[in-house]
Design a protein around this ligand. Structure first.
Ligand code: EPZ
Length: 420
């Protein structure tokens, strides 16, 4: 199994290109199940989660080729609507095929995704919305067995909680439903906006894109005609590399980034004393005279992203003072704390609130990744740890960061991927 060996203490510099957003690519791929024409998705990130969904697409009968960050795909010959456990359990976002398969074929069986390290991750809001659209949902031997013999009907749906993939699933289902669907309390993430634009370009009338209320005119199971699309940049990868610059207090640039998707993250980095210059799609972070402590509460977009919480916890160990981070979205998203403590961090937990004392000298150690974003926090901490740090179970990292060690090497980090 691979692990990363990082020798910290070096300044970084130069620039790194941001890849396409994994959390935008996954729903776009699922949406292609609503059409039959061949199309290309450009700027796809080549990461494990994409490969996992492609494995599922192979089982469904999808015809695709994926090379040089472009996915050319055609779903006219889908001959299965079963998403089985061995794939869904490795990547819970596979649940995104539920809406499209049910809307197009009137039946599907999708394994319950189960929880993961950061929380129980229920899908009750996905299922209750589909029932409101006329679906019959059974849970049998760990599978969601969904049927809608006469297709889905448009409905008015108010989401109890803001759910990103829940919103995406129902937006896709509504695209082929009969009649109008009104969605209230919809997620506003950039990846939800891009999904709506993709469906709109394929002939689905959607009002309210970018807001928390959508009105969708369903196409009553008429296959959609998709145009090619370029996946938006990954705002979480971008934020992670800005934090790499911040934690080593270096000047570095990220290119192919979307500044408008990073406002909450940049705002917090500015409050910590860093400043930024911009040129087209390039963002440059400049060192802080003194790294100030920060107070963070995670919330839905455009608030501070939960997917950046672990990275800022690592950064807060280098602030001169006490920082607080409150995790409001997931019940167990502090798995990185125990590993950061092994690196010498001074962090106290009280329920969903973490208090981080800085500035602490971090030491090297053997640490273990537990989930995708927690592992990037360990990489950041290792960049400032005096000696050598070995990070194990980095298959978590490979799920969402393309060529991480190559990108950090290009920025001057002393990092290598080894096998144990
Ligand atoms: C998406 O997960 C992202 N994944 C996550 O990124 C991200 O952390 C999360 O949104 C929050 O921003 C993808 O987009 C593939 P939610 P998702 O449904 O959709 C509760 C990463 O690092 N909830 O918005 O699964 C849920 O328990 C990943 O790339 C219900 O109660 O998250 C949570 O507390 C990690 N019932 C809250 O809503 C439901 O039916 C937000 O979850 C659905 C969700």
């Amino acid at each position: 199994m691979d692990y990363l060996r990082i020798k910290g203490g070096k300044k970084l510099g130069g620039s790194v290109a941001i890849s396409g957003a994994k959390n935008a690519a996954l729903p776009l791929m699922a949406a292609t199940l609503l059409g039959k024409n061949r199309l290309s998705l450009h700027n796809m990130p080549d990461v494990a989660d994409i490969q996992t969904l492609l494995k599922l697409f192979t089982k469904l009968g999808s015809d695709y080729e994926f090379s040089d960050n472009t996915l050319r795909i055609k779903n006219d010959a889908i001959d299965s609507t079963v998403a089985n456990y061995d794939i869904v359990r490795t990547m819970r976002a596979s649940i995104l095929v539920l809406g499209p398969l049910l809307a197009r074929f009137g039946h599907c069986e999708v394994s319950l995704p189960g929880g993961c390290a950061i929380g129980q991750r229920p899908i009750d809001l996905h299922l209750s919305a589909l029932e409101k659209m006329g679906a019959h949902i059974d849970i049998r031997q760990g599978y969601v067995v969904a049927t809608a013999e006469n297709g889905l009907q448009g409905a008015r749906i108010v989401f109890d909680k803001v759910t990103v993939t829940g919103s995406e699933n129902i937006i896709m289902a509504a695209a082929l439903a009969k009649g109008t669907t009104h969605l209230v309390n919809v997620a506003k993430e950039p990846e939800v906006v891009q999904l709506c634009r993709f469906l709109e370009a394929a002939g689905v009338r959607i009002e309210g894109i970018g807001s928390d209320e959508l009105t969708i005119e369903g196409r009553d199971r008429q296959a959609l005609e998709f145009a090619d699309i370029t996946v938006i940049p990954d705002r979480i990868e971008a934020g992670t590399y800005l934090c790499a610059g911040a934690i080593t207090n270096s000047e570095l640039s990220i290119t192919k980034a979307a500044k408008e998707h990073l406002e909450a993250v940049i705002d917090k980095l500015e409050k910590m004393g860093f400043y930024f210059t911009y040129n087209d799609d390039t963002i440059t972070i400049h060192p802080a005279k003194r790294i100030e402590p920060v107070e963070i509460t995670t919330s839905e977009y455009p608030g501070f992203p939960t997917d950046m919480q672990a990275q800022f916890m690592a950064l807060a160990t280098q602030a001169e003072g006490t920082s607080t981070i409150e995790e409001k979205l997931f019940e167990n998203r502090f798995m990185h704390v125990s590993e950061l403590l092994r690196l010498g961090a001074d962090i106290a937990l009280n329920g969903h609130l973490a208090t981080i004392k800085g500035k602490t000298e971090l030491c090297g150690a053997d640490v273990m990744a537990t989930d995708l974003r927690a592992s990037s926090a360990l990489v950041l901490a290792a960049l400032v740890s005096g000696a050598k740090t070995d990070i194990h179970r980095i298959y978590h990292l490979d799920r969402g960061y393309e060529s991480l060690e190559k990108k950090l090497q290009a920025l001057g980090a002393d990092i290598e991927r080894l096998s144990e």
